[in-house]
Design a protein around this ligand. Structure first.
Ligand SMILES: Nc1ncnc2c1ncn2[C@@H]1O[C@H](COP(=O)(O)OP(=O)(O)O)[C@@H](O)[C@H]1O
Ligand code: SF4
Ligand SMILES: [Mg+2]
Length: 362
C-alpha cells in the first residue's frame, strides 16, 4: 500500500501494551464489572485475535482503550500504552490526534463510524489530507485506489456516493478503507469482516497482512470466526466474563486448549459443545451477567470439570500451562523444567486461568 501519511512509526518495542484494564459501567441493575484485569501486548506486525462469546467484554475492552465509552457511566482503570504513551490518561485532544493516523478502528456497525452527510470520498480524503499533507487531487486518487483495494465495485463512482446509497457490506468496506488509509501503527477490528462474503473477506485480510508487512501495523482482531483466527492470528486471547481465561500462540490455543471454556468453544469437549464448522461452537447456558459475577471461577456455573475445591470460591490466576514449550527469559534452563523454544526477543507463554486444566501449571 502506498503511504501518504506521516503517522508515527517507531521501529522498536510493542505497539500496544494493555495492563490490568478494568471497566465498570453503571447500569440500572447495578455496577457491571465488564472488563476485569485484562492484559496483553501487540508487537509490530503482530496480530492478536480476541475470541469469546457475545457479552464477554471484547467490544467494551477496545472501546475503553480509545476513550469511546460514555464518560458518565463508565469507569476505566489500568494502562494502555500506545508506543509507550498511555491512551487512558491522554487529553481528549491528544487522543483525537492519535486516533487518526496512529490507530485505525473498524467496528461491526459501519453506520456508527460514517458521517451520513458527507460523501465517501470526502470522508476518506479528509483523513488523508489532515494527516498526510497531500493535495486534494492526490488524496482523491488515493481514495479511489483504496476503495478498489477493499473490493468496492466501480470505485471511481463510489467515491462520490453517500453512505445511505451503499449496501451494508459496501459501507463496511468504506470503514475499513478509512481505517487503513493512513497506514496506522495499530489497527483494531471488531467483527470487521463478519458481514462480508468470503471472497471480499479474504481480499481484506490480504490487505491487512500487506499493511503489517510494509508498515509493521499491530492488529487486534476480534472475531468469532476460527478460520480467520487460524489464518491471520499470531496469538489468541480467549475472553470470558471480562477476563482473559487463556492466551498463547495460535497453535497452542487452537491445538492444545487448556481451559475448559476454550475447549468448549473449539468443540473439543464433546459434553460441552457441538462443533458447528468454522465458527466457535455454542456452549450450553449463558455467560454470567457482569452485574452479578460468580464469587469463584467465572466459568464455574457452566463448567463440566469443576475438579478443584477452589473452583467455586476463588478465581484462578492466569498461569503458565505445564508442559507448554515456554519458559520465562532469564530463568536457567534447568533440566526437568520443560523445554523452551527460542522466540528471539519475545517468548510467547501459553497461559490459562483454571485450577485444573489437564497439564495446568497450578
Ligand atoms: N453501554 C453499556 N451499558 C451497560 N452495559 C453494557 C454497555 N455496553 C456493553 N454492556 C454490557 O457489557 C458486557 C460486555 O459487552 P461487550 O463488550 O459488547 O461484549 P462482546 O463484545 O464480547 O460481545 C455485556 O454484558 C453488555 O451487556
Ligand atoms: S477453575 Fe474449576 S470451574 Fe473454573 S474452569 Fe477450571 S475446572 Fe472449571
Ligand atoms: Mg462485541
Amino acid at each position: 500500500m502506498t503511504s501518504l501519511s506521516k503517522a508515527p512509526q517507531p521501529a522498536a518495542g510493542p505497539v500496544l501494551e494493555v495492563e490490568d484494564l478494568r471497566v465498570r459501567l453503571r447500569t440500572p441493575r447495578g455496577t457491571a464489572h465488564v472488563v476485569n484485569g485484562l492484559g496483553y501486548s501487540v508487537g509490530p506486525g503482530e496480530t492478536v485475535a480476541v475470541v469469546g462469546e457475545s457479552g464477554s467484554g471484547k467490544s467494551v475492552s477496545v472501546l475503553a482503550l480509545l476513550g469511546l465509552l460514555p464518560p458518565r457511566t463508565a469507569t476505566v482503570s489500568g494502562r494502555a500504552l500506545l508506543h509507550g504513551e498511555d491512551l487512558l490518561t491522554m487529553s481528549p485532544e491528544r487522543l483525537r490526534q492519535v486516533r487518526g493516523p496512529g490507530v485505525g478502528m473498524v467496528f461491526q456497525d459501519p453506520m456508527t463510524s460514517l458521517n451520513p452527510v458527507l460523501s465517501v470520498g470526502r470522508q476518506l480524503t479528509e483523513g488523508l489530507r489532515a494527516h498526510g499533507h497531500v493535495s486534494k487531487a492526490a488524496a482523491r486518487a488515493r481514495a479511489v485506489e483504496l476503495l478498489g483495494e477493499v473490493g468496492l465495485p466501480d470505485p471511481g463512482r463510489a467515491v462520490d456516493r453517500f453512505p445511505h446509497e451503499l449496501s451494508g457490506g459496501m459501507r463496511q468496506r468504506v470503514v475499513i478503507a478509512i481505517a487503513l488509509a493512513n497506514s496506522p501503527s495499530l489497527l483494531i477490528a471488531d467483527e470487521a469482516t463478519t458481514a462480508l462474503d468470503v471472497t471480499v473477506q479474504a481480499q481484506i485480510l490480504d490487505l491487512v497482512e500487506r499493511l503489517q508487512t510494509e508498515h509493521g501495523t499491530g492488529v487486534v482482531w476480534i472475531t468469532h470466526d476460527l478460520g480467520v483466527v487460524a489464518g491471520i492470528a499470531d496469538r489468541v486471547l480467549v475472553m470470558y466474563g471480562g477476563r482473559c481465561v487463556e492466551d498463547g500462540t495460535v497453535d497452542d490455543v487452537l491445538e492444545r486448549p487448556a481451559h475448559p471454556y476454550t475447549r468448549g468453544l473449539l468443540g473439543a469437549l464433546p459434553d460441552l459443545a457441538a462443533d458447528d464448522g468454522g465458527d466457535l461452537a455454542t456452549i450450553a447456558g449463558t455467560p454470567p451477567p457482569p452485574t452479578d459475577l460468580p464469587a469463584g471461577c467465572v466459568f464455574w456455573p457452566r463448567c463440566p470439570v469443576r475438579g478443584d475445591a477452589r473452583c467455586e470460591t476463588e478465581q484462578p490466576p492466569l498461569a503458565p500451562v505445564k508442559g507448554s514449550h515456554y519458559r520465562d527469559k532469564g530463568t536457567s534452563g534447568v533440566p526437568g523444567e520443560g523445554q523452551y523454544r527460542d522466540e528471539g526477543t519475545s517468548g510467547v507463554p501459553h497461559r490459562a486461568a483454571t485450577w485444573c486444566a489437564e497439564g495446568s501449571g497450578s
